[in-house]
Design a binder for this molecule. Sequence first.
Ligand SMILES: Nc1ncnc2c1ncn2[C@@H]1O[C@H](COP(=O)(O)OP(=O)(O)O)[C@@H](O)[C@H]1O
Ligand SMILES: Cc1ncc(C[n+]2csc(CCOP(=O)(O)OP(=O)(O)O)c2C)c(N)n1
Ligand SMILES: [Mg+2]
Ligand SMILES: [Mg+2]
Ligand SMILES: [Mg+2]
Length: 329
Amino acid sequence: MDAHPAPGRDDAGSGGETVAAVGEFGLIRAVTADRAQPAGTVLGPGDDAAVVAAPDGRVVVTTDVLVQGVHFRLDWSTPEQVGRKAVAVNLSDIAAMGAVPTSIVVGIGCPADTKSALVTELVDGISAEAARARVGLVGGDMVRADQLVISVTALGDLGGREPVTRSGARPGDVVAVCGRLGWAAAGLAVLGRGFRSPVGVVNAHRYPEPPYAAGPAAAQAGATAMIDVSDGLLADLGHLAEESGVGIDVHTERLDVDRKLVDVGHALGADPLHWVLTGGEDHALAATFPSYTDLPAGWLRIGTVLMPGTGVTVDGEPYEHETGWEHWR
Ligand SMILES: Nc1ncnc2c1ncn2[C@@H]1O[C@H](COP(=O)(O)OP(=O)(O)O)[C@@H](O)[C@H]1O
Ligand SMILES: Cc1ncc(C[n+]2csc(CCOP(=O)(O)OP(=O)(O)O)c2C)c(N)n1
Ligand SMILES: [Mg+2]
Ligand SMILES: [Mg+2]
Ligand SMILES: [Mg+2]
């Protein structure tokens, strides 16, 4: 593991115009110019509010806030990567309801001496992830703040299906996941020790690549409950178990502990299985299905739904460590 120079910068002080020099409305013009809107956008950025189509008659809506120093560091991630992450974490919540994301609005707060290029790069990342998911960036807000803050609100479409909530798991269901687990936590551990590689896990911290399409696919296949893994598998299954009034047992022999995580764990003296069980921010989807279900492509069975009162266990035993991220702890 080499201590390569950071790709991100902490460059509030060097080169280029500041947001204060460009001005609030100049900056808004700069980030909204020439951005194509996908079908379904009736009125995009530039008025007091946007107007979007709601073909289903119901709209799924979610919001997540990212704060500099809490969710990202600008010496660890580029502004473009932070923008990408801010969108991905929200689209993941839409997917976890079984819905398809349709549009986002984006609030940005930053200090007066922030380079305007940092904000335009941030919005480039936001736009790139939105475009990848065919989601419209239909509006937002720009304000002064003591540190960089990005608040994204995402809208989604259920396509006529019922939402898949956290509360529908039933004893006897299987627990399955789709997507990576433990990678972002491994990347965070690497960065926290002052290293910049292996880039696979470090990039997993910088921006998740959630399996958006797996959410609607799980809904279609009859998922009884679903959640995205933002805080940690055990913590988030804990939310699902509590809302459903059930217990859950996770079978560790079914979890994919990638070779890369094993190598990084070995190098750092850390347990890779702990990252898989409790690391958040990869935004895998976790869902429960009736036991007779043929799981959709990419979903792997990792556990079983039990009777109420058993909590979330790992191979039948309580987990004796932290189960995931919790703010203010
Ligand atoms: N400030 C708030 N006001 C109202 N509801 C909130 C607030 N913060 C969180 N919630 C709700 O609590 C639930 C759990 O929040 P959170 O853990 O942030 O969800 P997620 O991990 O899926 O992003 C969500 O339904 C969210 O909308
Ligand atoms: C600089 C830095 N330190 C620590 C973390 C680890 N971290 C911050 S927030 C978080 C959990 C997810 O964030 P949250 O705001 O709880 O998202 P939500 O669950 O609401 O979707 C984790 C693992 C990080 N991403 N960056
Ligand atoms: Mg949230
Ligand atoms: Mg969530
Ligand atoms: Mg959380």
